[in-house]
Design a binder for this molecule. Structure first.
Ligand SMILES: C[S@@+](CC[C@H](N)C(=O)[O-])C[C@H]1O[C@@H](n2cnc3c(N)ncnc32)[C@H](O)[C@@H]1O
Length: 517
């Protein structure tokens, strides 16, 4: 859920006004244009998850201004306002907040603002639906509630609850009714939202999708976007550019040229969309390589040791050496070569009993290592790593590493048998072209447009996204030039060679280097 700014009076928590005001304008502006005061009072507007009334107040403010008459706030609140919340305390607060704003008791709110599950209530038809629905992961939903969700066309067994509220907005609207909701941006690409995207594509209702800066809300990990539109019968309604709201990311315009479907939707400007469409002829990284994660120990303070400890353990029992490998964390990954801090990992795999010296070393932490008490429940021994160790994680062959959260391109070649932790992705490759791509500014350009965002402008190159990375096959001469420069960078990185490589990678992708300057 995205909420912000506690308002001292009545302890109300509002979606910030910088967000509610333009959302209300977007939904209601076209509905009030040219209307008489009595026509305005005939409008029915619903917030399906009212919380403590942030949108309700804004709706009253907007409609009262459009009405313009005496007592307008009280009149529109009594006639136009509808909503629900599952939390009776929130509903009571919302009523009080609206009455305080209108400056009068409003008996209609006792029936118009209801307590209940908005997805299960019987609703009349509305002219507009506005709101910030709950964001609740499916594993937190009660089994009965999950069963009820199967009636939605957007149903997916692992979809977050907000998905159903987007469809609910459509169910609640009369034909031509308008909606404006703020939801996590994830639905544009997440696999669980494929049925929702297909539903919205069929509905042909979306007019605008606008990404908000993560800082738009106090809980910064939601990466919200505002979705607005109108129910209609026209199926191929084009998406239009969005009017900027303060704090927007730079890509705020939704331009989708091809017909929308259940496939991921991307918010590209026209020029970017043209470039990215051109790359669809290239093979994808996933056709050659499958990224794999590093190890999960479940307790780094037990399994990660210093050089001194390693030396002591090996001196006590030379057989320990085979169990101890150099260790790398995501933060040690750099462009070209990693910069490891001298740490080592006890690679205690499932089903193989490590030397006594190593078990004795771990014994003081046994309570913290037992499955289900200190670590995740499972069928492993207290002295074993929590999750099975992947073949690539423990391989001693040269491999490429990159971070699971990237603030800038960084891909290092490992030739020393490092075992990375779970903050590192591994590619079974030492291909200089692949490494040059993953270290290039053009890759950063692509990642910003295709990978899920993380905090502070970073991206998360999750497996399915990285597997979609277009990887051209450059001509032999270009490939050889790139390989030579990469070899030089691995020996001794130099900034001017990075610039040269950036230009060559642009050439391999068939784009002008001006794209990344
Ligand atoms: C993100 S908050 C938004 C509140 C308010 N609209 C705002 O912007 O400040 C979501 C609200 O949804 C309510 N909620 C959760 N599940 C619900 C459901 N199934 N039906 C209706 N409301 C629900 C929560 O109690 C919470 O008040």
């Amino acid at each position: 859920m995205v909420r912000s700014m506690a308002v001292a009076k009545l302890g109300v928590v509002y979606t910030p006004r910088e967000v509610t005001r333009p959302m209300v304008e977007r939904a209601l502006g076209p509905l009030v244009a040219g209307k008489t005061p009595s026509e305005i009072l005939a409008l029915r507007v619903c917030d399906f998850a009212i919380g403590e009334g942030a949108f309700l107040v804004e709706i009253v403010r907007f409609l009262a201004a459009a009405h313009g008459g005496r007592d307008a706030k009280r009149l529109v609140a009594a006639h136009c306002l509808h909503g629900a919340d599952i939390d009776p305390g929130a509903v009571a607060t919302a009523r009080a907040v609206v009455e305080a704003f209108a400056g009068a008791p409003i008996p209609e709110l006792a029936t118009h603002l209801r307590t209940g599950d908005a997805l299960a209530l019987a609703w009349p038809a509305f002219d507009a639906v506005i709101g910030n629905p709950p964001y609740i992961r499916q594993e937190k939903l009660a089994p009965a509630q999950k069963r009820a969700l199967r009636t939605f066309e957007s149903y997916d067994g692992v979809a977050d609850l907000y998905v159903y509220f987007l469809e609910l907005a459509h169910r609640l609207l009369r034909p031509g009714g308008r909606y404006c909701v703020v939801v996590p941006t994830k639905w544009l690409t997440a696999a669980y939202a494929r049925p929702l995207r297909a539903f919205l594509a069929r509905a042909g209702s979306v007019e605008q999708i606008e990404e908000l800066a993560p800082t738009a809300f106090a809980t910064a990990d939601a990466f919200p976007c505002i979705v607005s539109g109108a129910t209609c019968t026209v199926v191929d309604r084009p998406l239009s550019g969005a009017r900027p709201i303060g704090g927007l990311r730079d890509r705020s315009c939704a331009t989708v040229d091809r017909p929308l479907s259940g496939e991921p939707w991307h918010l590209d400007d026209r020029e970017d969309a043209r470039i990215l469409a051109g790359w669809e002829r290239f093979p994808k990284l996933g056709e050659m390589l499958v990224p794999s994660r590093g190890v999960v120990t479940g307790c780094n303070r037990a399994f990660v040791i210093s050089r001194e400890t390693r030396e002591r353990l090996v001196a006590a029992e030379p057989a320990c050496e085979a169990w101890i490998r150099p260790f790398l964390k995501g933060r040690d990954v750099r462009r070209w070569n990693a910069e490891p801090s001298e740490r080592y990992l006890l690679v205690h795999e499932r089903g193989v009993v490590p030397p006594k010296v190593l078990r004795a070393h771990l014994a003081p932490l046994r309570a913290a290592l037992e499955p289900g008490s200190g670590r995740k429940p499972g069928s492993y021994q207290w002295y074993e790593l929590q999750d099975p160790v992947g073949a690539l994680a423990k391989s001693v062959a040269p491999r490429l590493f990159y971070q699971d959260i990237q603030t800038a391109p960084a891909c290092s070649l490992d030739r020393d048998g490092f075992v990375p932790d779970t903050t590192v992705w591994i590619l079974e490759s030492e291909d200089p072209f692949v490494q040059a791509v993953l270290n290039s500014r053009l890759y950063a350009w692509y990642a910003r447009r295709r990978f899920p965002p993380a905090l502070n402008g970073a991206v998360r190159p999750k497996r399915e996204y990285m597997m979609n990375l277009p990887l051209p096959r450059p001509a032999a001469a270009l490939r050889a030039r790139i390989a030579k420069l990469v070899a030089a960078q691995l020996a001794r990185p130099a900034a001017e060679r990075d610039r040269e490589l950036d230009a060559l990678i642009c050439r391999a992708y068939g784009v002008s280097a001006s794209l990344i300057t």
